[in-house]
Design a protein around this ligand. Structure first.
Ligand SMILES: [Zn+2]
Ligand SMILES: [Zn+2]
Length: 97
């Protein structure tokens, strides 16, 4: 499914429009395909330099905080588009809000 978190193809964090990767907001073997299914994906810039946003989200100094912020935004978007909190928790196994 198309992202329900952003409409424009640009880095979700910094707005760059070049060198973009699709990032799955909920990760891991179980949740990554569900992120894809429900459109919980964002574009993040990546040109293989350590300062770029995709790298920051996965392994930067503030990776945990960035992932947490994206989890909350993702759950909000889910609840606007797909269902209520109970639905979200049934599918993604926890509540981030
Ligand atoms: Zn960026
Ligand atoms: Zn990613």
């Amino acid at each position: 499914m198309k992202s329900i978190m952003q409409t424009e193809k640009k880095c979700y964090l910094c707005g760059r429009t070049q060198g973009l990767d699709k990032h799955h907001v909920f990760m891991g073997r179980k949740h990554r395909p569900l992120s894809e299914k429900y459109g919980l994906t964002v574009w993040l810039c990546n040109d293989f330099t350590p300062t770029r946003c995709h790298k920051q989200v996965h392994e930067g100094e503030h990776a945990e905080a960035l992932q947490d912020a994206l989890h909350r935004k993702g759950q909000e978007a889910f609840e606007e588009v797909h269902g209520n909190r109970e639905d979200f928790m049934r599918i993604f196994d926890r509540n981030y809000l």
